[in-house]
Design a protein around this ligand. Structure first.
Ligand SMILES: [Zn+2]
Length: 392
């Protein structure tokens, strides 16, 4: 953060300078242009065979001199500006680390197969964000086959989200109707929330829409009395206050515009769950995780260099330290063997012993002696073959 502040101060300085130089240049140039314009006008108005008087020659000479001087001064100012701009660059170099070499593995992105995968991920990211033309261009240039399957859900979802942003509920309602059963199976209240917004929009338009609102509620909201009883009650309550305005009623919170932002999120989440997709694009998840982890990794790199233990970090499939990516970065449980103090892998999975204690398979094999195993914790003696593999 301190580094950002230092750079920001430099940037502020340069912006201030830009402003001053710009203003100055503008006035000087304007004056000059005026002067030349008036001289030009005088020339134009002079008779064809008019000869310049010594005084006029003097004025012309002075004007030319002034132009030369101004250009010279502007160039100098420009050069000085350049110096200040390069100072910003130096501040960035000084305050930020430029060498990330040790925090990544070179082989991760090299090779045609891997760069193809990388392009695919980037392409999918564009599809997800509705940037279809960019995605199509990238797919064409990188030779990625876009089967409609990867593109289709996003095209539809982005269209619906765009409509929701413009407060058009129709496409979202149609979609929710089409997927009603699957949505209910995941305990979704998306369809109800969409109907609720439609109802709120009607009553917001005042008493003239009362009949329409009641008809809409009868047709679309009665089915939710069971699951959303309280909310339906509140919606009906608004009808009482319709003549005097909902704004000054106990139900004014229903007019909160955040409900519209909320529906955007609810729709994205529910639709992604339905299609078995993560809410965030995998690319943004990776980049965010990487950015969060970088400072810690750079720190540990420094420590390792100081203590000259660079070579210790050989098991490159795991990080030299644990990094907490926060709640959003947690996707599945991990198991670390209490005996070997290693995270379990596919080759070394967690095993549950008869007594209920869990250790990794490598630890189990190491502790087994003559087909007998003594649990390192309780210590029940048992047959190692009775241990069961655990899946997270
Ligand atoms: Zn045990």
């Amino acid at each position: 953060m301190e580094a950002c502040n230092v750079v920001e101060r430099e940037v502020d300085k340069i912006l201030l300078k830009f402003g001053v130089v710009n203003e100055h240049a503008e006035t000087v140039l304007q004056d000059l242009i005026h002067h030349i314009e008036s001289l030009k006008k005088e020339f134009a108005e002079a008779p064809a065979n008019h000869e310049l008087t010594p005084g006029q020659v003097q004025i012309l000479k002075e004007a030319m001199k002034k132009v030369c001087e101004t250009v010279h001064r502007l160039t100098t100012e420009h050069r000085e500006l350049h110096g200040s701009v390069s100072k910003v660059g130096k501040a960035i170099d000084r305050n930020f680390t430029a060498d990330f070499a040790s925090t990544s593995r070179e082989d991760v992105f090299s090779g045609p197969e891997k760069s193809h995968l990388l392009n695919q991920v980037i392409c999918q990211h564009f599809y997800r964000h509705g940037m279809l033309d960019i995605a199509a261009e990238l797919a064409m240039e990188a030779g990625i086959k876009t089967d409609e399957g990867t593109k289709e859900p996003f095209t539809e979802l982005n269209y619906i989200l765009d409509c929701l942003k413009q407060r058009n509920l129709e496409p979202a309602l149609d979609w929710a109707k089409k997927h009603r059963e699957a949505l209910l199976a995941q305990n979704s209240s998306l369809e109800f929330k969409l109907h609720r917004l439609h109802f709120i929009r009607l009553i917001q338009q005042g008493p003239s829409k009362q009949t329409e609102a009641i008809t809409y509620a009868r047709q679309n909201l009665t089915q939710y009395v069971g699951r959303h009883g309280k909310e339906v009650q509140a919606l009906m309550g608004t009808l009482l206050y319709l003549p005097n305005g909902i704004q000054s009623s106990p139900y004014s919170h229903l007019l909160d515009p955040t409900l519209w932002l909320d529906i955007h999120d609810v729709f994205t989440r529910e639709a992604c769950t339905l299609f078995g997709l993560s809410v965030d694009s995998p690319l943004s998840v990776c980049i965010n995780a990487g950015c969060t982890a970088l400072p810690t990794l750079l720190n540990i790199k420094q420590v390792m260099q100081q203590r000259q233990v660079n070579t210790v970090w050989n098991g490159k499939d795991e990080l030299p330290i644990e990094i907490d990516l926060g709640k959003d970065g947690r996707y599945h449980s991990v198991f670390a063997c209490p005996i070997l103090r290693q995270q379990s892998t596919e080759n070394n999975p967690p095993m549950k012993l008869v007594c209920g204690h869990v250790i990794s398979r490598d630890a189990l094999n190491k502790l087994t002696n003559a087909n007998k195993l003594k649990c390192p914790y309780c210590p029940v003696e048992q047959n190692p073959e009775d241990a069961r593999l655990i899946y997270f």
